[in-house]
Design a binder for this molecule. Structure first.
Ligand code: SAM
Length: 409
């Protein structure tokens, strides 16, 4: 019997790469097991997904023909453990052998013994950023971001730190670094639930880039603000903490429940509405609207390495259309003189910069002014916001976001 850890890793990789299910969903579907085994299995699976191309390149010289998918996944687990995770060969090899049907035991044993004898050196000389990035994404990022494509792909090789947004007046947690946008950054692996102030509702997890769209909206106390596509509520919390009267619209009832729970922990008020943002009709218009539209989420690959393998070019086109539809619906809910921030956590130009070409009639781009986001000027040269995982690189990077602010005449 293989260990629970490797069974979990195998199930997770199979779910993502074969059934095309999100990693988080696959984690929820694992059978009951010790939390330690589950966490270890998750770590192996995330490493395989992050470094898939490199691991396949390591295995390639030892495979004469393509093995069945279940065997390929076991080999990837073994290769990740032996070259990247420092697992001793005696533990990794025999356990991976027991993951596959008996007919393939000899093959897995022989291949992994050879990988084990090279260890980490097996990865030397590989162009890892290129190998670990699906070709269609590399091409699209090269077109959209030029030479930065390599730096983006290099940033994806590493796990992201834990970023926190703090309620106004809350002191920086011990061990945190303060980033230019006001985000508190903790080392990767820090558990938010164990931080002082978590239970009290002083802070919430939010990537440094994800905190910027709400900052661009800059709501004032008492303003009527609408947060569309709101769950799990990081941006709703920012708007409510700034003193706005917030209505948060979320289509998915389960996610809306999570949003309510998060707001309750943070002791922040907002009216939560379960509705389709494209069809919802309020009684009155809003002073400020934040639309954090559904997208491919390719800006979050550091945190969600499954995204690189789940999304296809066709998803980008479809989601860009949905975003335009939602943007038109959101614009109709804005009061004259009001402002709207449209945001996506995507690195794809179709889900970002292309929307600048389609500003609805009666609205104008409200350019981000120099000095509005101190220390982040390079991210707003076009008048809109563009962040990438390689930005703030010395302090651990940030998610890829696009945001533009529109004003209604
Ligand atoms: C990118 S996430 C939002 C993250 C959130 N704004 C935050 O800061 O925590 C997108 C959310 O939009 C929701 N959504 C997608 N389509 C929607 C629609 N037509 N109307 C309302 N919500 C929608 C999804 O269920 C998902 O929760």
């Amino acid at each position: 019997m293989p260990s629970a850890t490797r069974q979990a890793a195998h199930a997770l990789i199979t779910a993502v790469l074969q059934a095309r299910r999100p990693l988080e969903e696959a984690l929820d579907a694992l059978p009951p097991m010790e939390p330690r085994d589950r966490a270890a299995g998750h770590r192996i699976a995330a490493t395989v997904l992050r470094r898939l191309g490199s691991l396949d390149a390591v295995l390639e010289p030892y495979l004469q023909r393509e093995p069945p998918a279940t065997v390929r996944q076991a080999l990837r687990i073994g290769a990740a453990e032996l070259t990247l995770l420092g697992t001793p060969p005696h533990a990794a090899v025999s356990d991976c052998v027991s993951l596959v049907p008996r007919a393939f035991s000899g093959l897995v044993n022989a291949v992994l013994r050879r990988v084990a004898s090279a260890g980490a050196a097996a990865l030397e000389g590989l162009d890892a950023p290129r190998l670990d990035t699906p070709s269609w994404l590399w091409t699209a990022w090269q077109k959209a971001h030029g030479n930065a494509v390599r730096r983006i792909a290099e940033a994806h090789q590493h796990e992201a730190p834990l970023d926190l947004s703090l309620k106004p007046g809350v002191a920086l947690p011990e061990g945190a670094t303060l980033l230019p946008g006001g985000t508190a950054r903790m080392a990767h692996g820090t558990r938010i639930t164990e931080l002082p102030g978590f239970t009290e509702g002083d802070l919430w997890a939010q990537d440094a880039a994800a905190a910027l769209p709400a900052r661009l909206l800059a709501v004032r106390p008492g303003e009527r603000a609408l947060d569309l596509c709101a769950a799990p509520g990081g941006k709703t919390a920012q708007l409510a903490a700034a003193g706005a009267e917030v209505v948060a619209v979320e289509r998915d009832p389960k996610r809306a429940t999570r949003l309510r729970e998060n707001l309750a922990r943070l002791k922040l008020p907002a009216e939560v509405v379960v509705a389709d943002a494209a069809a919802w009709k309020p009684d009155a218009l809003f002073d400020a609207i934040l639309l954090d539209a559904p997208c491919t989420a390719t800006g979050t690959i550091r945190r969600h390495p499954d995204v690189a393998h789940l999304k296809r070019a066709g998803d980008v086109t479809k989601l860009a259309e949905t975003q335009s539809r939602l943007l038109a619906a959101a614009c109709a809910l804005l009061a004259p003189g009001g402002r709207l921030v449209f945001a996506t956590c995507s690195l794809q130009a179709e889900e970002g910069e292309a929307h600048l070409e389609r500003v609805p009639e009666g609205f104008a781009l409200d350019r981000v002014r120099p000095g509005e986001l101190p220390g982040m000027e390079a991210m707003t040269v076009t008048g809109a916001l563009r962040t990438r995982p390689d930005m703030l690189g010395d302090s651990g990077g940030m998610d890829g976001f696009f945001a533009m602010r529109l004003r209604r005449h």
